[in-house]
Design a protein around this ligand. Structure first.
Ligand SMILES: Nc1ncnc2c1ncn2[C@@H]1O[C@H](COP(=O)(O)OP(=O)(O)OP(=O)(O)O)[C@@H](O)[C@H]1O
Length: 604
C-alpha cells in the first residue's frame, strides 16, 4: 500500500529521516511512536504529499507520489487518503453535515447520494442527531467522530490520524480507537501517537529512532483488497468534480459575516468621509459663486487720475481686465421717487468696491440699477430697506433714466452708484473736461488679487476690495486644505484598520485552508473561493460606503439645511475606487494564505 525507498528528509543541516526503506501493511492499524521531535509528523507530511522536498521515492496505492505536481497530489489525496487530526480541524460556523460534505463534494457524485452516505456514517458513529448542529457546539468526542466521518466519506484506502485521541479522556479515547479498529478491517489506518495504550489496538507498531524506522511489533498482514478498479472510477469522478466556488464563498461570507461587516463599515466611514471632503470643494466653489453674486462690485477697480498719469492704456493691455472707462464729475442731477426729489449739484465718481452694503447689492451692468446711501433713502421713506426693488428716476441733462434700487450702502452722505453702462452713457454730455478717475472690472474673481498686486507693483494706486477677496480666498483655501487633510487622514486610518482586520481574519484561516488542501482542494479552487469572498466583501463595502455617504448627506441637509454638492462623476469614481481598493487590499492579504503549503498552514 505504502512503500518508502531511501527516504531522506532534511531541514537545513538537520537530517530528520535517514534513508528509510519501509513497506507499510495494506490493512489494519499501524501506530507510529517516537519521542517528541523524532520526525513523526514530518513522515506523515511526506506520505500525504504535503511536503515534496525530500530524497527517495514514495509509492502509495501503486502511484509514485514523488513525481506528482501539486494539483495531482490534491487529486491523489481526495481519492486515496483521509485525515483525522488531534485538534479535529473542523470548519467553525459550518454544521456537521456541511463539514463532511466539504470532502464529499469533491467525489463528483450527486449531492443526494453523498448526503445519504453522510447520514449513514453519522448513524454508524452515533452522532446522527447532531447532523445540523454547528461543530463548535459539539463535545470533543463528538467533534472527533465528525472528523472521522469526514475522513471516511470518500472511502479512502488509507486513513492518517495524527494524535486522534490526544485531546480526549481515556473512555472517549477507547471509543475512538474502537471505531478506527473497525475501519481498519479493509484499509490502512496510520496513527501517530505518544500514548502507548493506543498501541493495544495496533496491528503493527513502529517507532522513529534517530531518523530510522524500527518495528516494535507486527502481526501478520491480511490479504490486500484490490481497489484498482474503484480508483480509476473515482479518479474520473474527481476530474468531473466541480467545486461550487460561489456557493462556498457565500457560505464562508455568512460564517465570517461579523468580521466582513466590520471591515465594510470601517472602510465605508473612511470612503464616505473622503467623498464628503470632495464635495466640500464643490460647496466652497458654490459659496464663492454665491458671494460673487451678492458682492457684485468686488471685481471693480477705481484709479484716481493725477495730473500726469492715466493708467487706461496699461489697463487695456491686461487681458484679465475689461469694461475700462474714464469717469467724470457730473453736475446738476436729481433722483425722484414718488413725490420726493433729491438734487445733487455735482456727482463725483467714487470707488465702488470698498463700500459696505447695508441692504441688497451694488448695481450690475446692463440691469439699469442704482444703489443709494441711507441719507438719500431716508429722504424717500423711513423704512429704507423697503426701497430695494423699487424704481426711481435719475434726471440728467434733460434725460430720464428709470432705475431699479438694487441696494443701500453705508456712506454717511448723499450719494449713489448706477449701472456702469448707464453711467458711461451719461458721460457723453461731459465735453472737454478732464477725467477724474478710471473704472475697470477684473473678469475673473480669482484674478482680483493678482491684478491688484500687479498694479501696486507699478505704483498705480487702485481702490479695490482686494483685502476682503484675499481674506475670503484664504479662508476657503485653508478650509479646503483642512477638509482634505482630515479626510485623507480618516481614509488612511480606515484603510489601515481594514488591513489589520483583514490580516487578522486571514491569519485565523490558515488551518481552514490547510484542511481544504488535506481534503483534496487544489490551489485553483482555494484561490477561487477566497477571490469570490473578496469580491463579495468589495461589493458589501461599496454598498455600505454609498449608504454611509447618503446618510451623511441626509444628516447634513437636516442639520445645515444645505445640499452636499456632489457630481455624478465623483459618485461613480467613489463606487469604482471603493471596489478596487477593497479588492486589492483583500487580495494582497489573502495571497500569502493561498501561497502557504498545506502542511505549514495546518501547523499554524
Ligand atoms: N518546517 C520545519 N522547518 C524546520 N524544522 C522543522 C520543520 N518542521 C519540523 N521541523 C523539525 O523537525 C524535527 C521533527 O519534527 P516533527 O514535527 O516531525 O516531530 P514529531 O515527532 O512529530 O514531534 P511531536 O511528537 O512533538 O509532534 C523537529 O526537530 C522539528 O523542529
Amino acid at each position: 500500500m505504502i512503500t518508502l525507498e531511501a527516504i531522506t528528509k532534511q531541514y537545513g543541516d538537520q537530517t530528520i529521516l535517514k534513508s528509510i526503506d519501509y513497506r507499510f501493511r495494506d490493512t489494519g492499524i499501524t501506530c507510529i511512536l517516537g519521542a517528541s521531535g523524532s520526525g513523526k509528523s514530518t513522515l506523515l507530511n511526506l506520505l500525504a504529499g504535503f511536503d515534496t522536498k525530500y530524497d527517495g521515492t514514495i509509492t502509495v496505492c501503486n502511484e509514485k507520489i514523488t513525481t506528482m505536481n501539486p494539483v495531482e497530489l490534491c487529486q491523489f489525496r481526495q481519492q486515496h487518503i483521509g485525515f483525522v487530526f488531534q485538534s479535529y480541524n473542523l470548519i467553525s460556523g459550518y454544521t456537521v453535515v456541511e463539514n463532511i460534505m466539504l470532502a464529499a463534494e469533491l467525489n463528483g457524485k450527486p449531492a443526494e447520494e453523498n448526503l445519504e452516505k453522510v447520514s449513514a456514517l453519522l448513524a454508524k458513529l452515533g452522532i446522527e442527531t447532531k447532523a445540523e448542529e454547528k461543530v463548535e457546539n459539539l463535545s470533543g468526542g463528538q467533534r472527533q467522530r465528525v472528523a472521522i466521518a469526514r475522513a471516511l466519506v470518500n472511502d479512502p484506502q488509507i486513513l492518517f490520524a495524527d494524535e486522534p485521541t490526544g485531546a480526549l479522556d481515556r473512555e472517549l479515547s477507547n471509543q475512538i480507537m474502537d471505531i478506527l479498529k473497525e475501519i481498519s478491517m479493509d484499509r490502512l489506518v496510520v496513527v501517530i501517537t505518544h500514548d502507548t495504550k493506543v498501541c493495544a489496538w495496533a496491528d503493527e507498531v513502529i517507532s522513529i529512532v534517530e531518523g530510522k524506522i524500527e518495528v516494535v511489533s507486527s502481526e501478520e498482514a491480511t490479504t490486500t483488497p484490490s481497489q484498482a478498479q474503484a480508483h480509476t472510477e473515482s479518479q474520473q469522478r474527481h476530474d468531473r468534480a466541480k467545486v461550487s466556488i460561489w456557493k462556498r464563498a457565500v457560505r464562508n461570507f455568512r460564517v465570517h459575516l461579523l468580521r466582513y461587516l466590520t471591515v465594510s463599515v470601517v472602510i465605508a466611514i473612511g470612503i464616505s468621509l473622503f467623498v464628503v471632503s470632495l464635495s466640500s470643494n464643490n460647496i466652497m466653489s458654490k459659496s464663492i459663486t454665491d458671494f460673487i453674486e451678492k458682492n457684485t462690485a468686488f471685481n471693480n477697480g477705481y484709479i484716481a487720475i493725477d495730473k500726469n498719469q492715466d493708467p487706461s492704456t496699461r489697463l487695456s493691455e491686461d487681458p484679465r481686465i475689461d469694461n475700462i472707462y474714464h469717469q467724470y464729475v457730473l453736475q446738476d442731477l436729481s433722483l425722484a421717487f414718488d413725490e420726493e426729489v433729491v438734487s445733487f449739484n455735482e456727482k463725483i465718481p467714487m470707488p465702488k468696491a470698498t463700500e459696505n452694503m447695508s441692504y441688497g447689492i451694488m448695481p450690475r451692468s446692463g440691469k439699469n440699477e442704482i444703489s443709494i446711501t441711507p441719507s438719500v433713502g431716508k429722504k424717500f421713506t423711513n423704512n429704507i430697506h423697503e426701497l430695494i426693488g423699487q424704481k426711481l428716476t435719475l434726471e440728467y441733462e434733460g434725460e430720464s433714466h428709470l432705475l431699479t434700487i438694487s441696494g443701500i450702502y453705508n456712506a454717511g452722505y448723499d450719494d449713489f452708484f448706477i449701472s456702469s453702462d448707464v453711467e458711461q452713457s451719461m458721460y457723453k454730455h461731459v465735453g472737454e473736461e478732464k477725467p477724474r478717475s478710471v473704472s475697470y472690472d477684473v473678469i475673473n474673481f480669482s484674478d482680483i488679487v493678482s491684478v491688484t498686486e500687479g498694479l501696486t507693483k507699478q505704483h498705480i494706486s487702485t481702490k479695490t476690495a482686494v483685502e476682503q477677496v484675499a481674506a475670503l480666498e484664504n479662508t476657503f483655501n485653508n478650509l479646503k486644505k483642512l477638509f482634505m487633510v482630515v479626510s485623507i487622514l480618516i481614509l488612511s486610518i480606515a484603510l489601515f484598520l481594514s488591513s489589520v482586520l483583514l490580516a487578522k481574519q486571514t491569519n485565523a484561516r490558515y488551518r481552514e485552508i490547510g484542511v481544504l488542501a488535506a481534503l483534496g482542494y487544489n490551489k485553483r479552487w482555494i484561490r477561487g473561493i477566497l477571490s469570490a469572498e473578496n469580491i463579495l466583501l468589495s461589493c458589501t463595502a461599496t454598498v455600505f460606503s454609498m449608504g454611509m455617504f447618503f446618510a451623511i448627506h441626509y444628516v447634513y441637509s437636516l442639520l445645515l439645511g444645505g445640499d452636499l454638492i456632489i457630481r455624478i462623476s465623483q459618485v461613480v469614481i467613489t463606487v469604482i475606487s471603493t471596489f478596487i481598493i477593497i479588492l486589492l487590499l483583500s487580495t494582497i492579504v489573502s495571497r500569502k494564505l493561498i501561497a502557504t503549503e498545506p502542511a505549514e498552514a495546518l501547523r499554524k
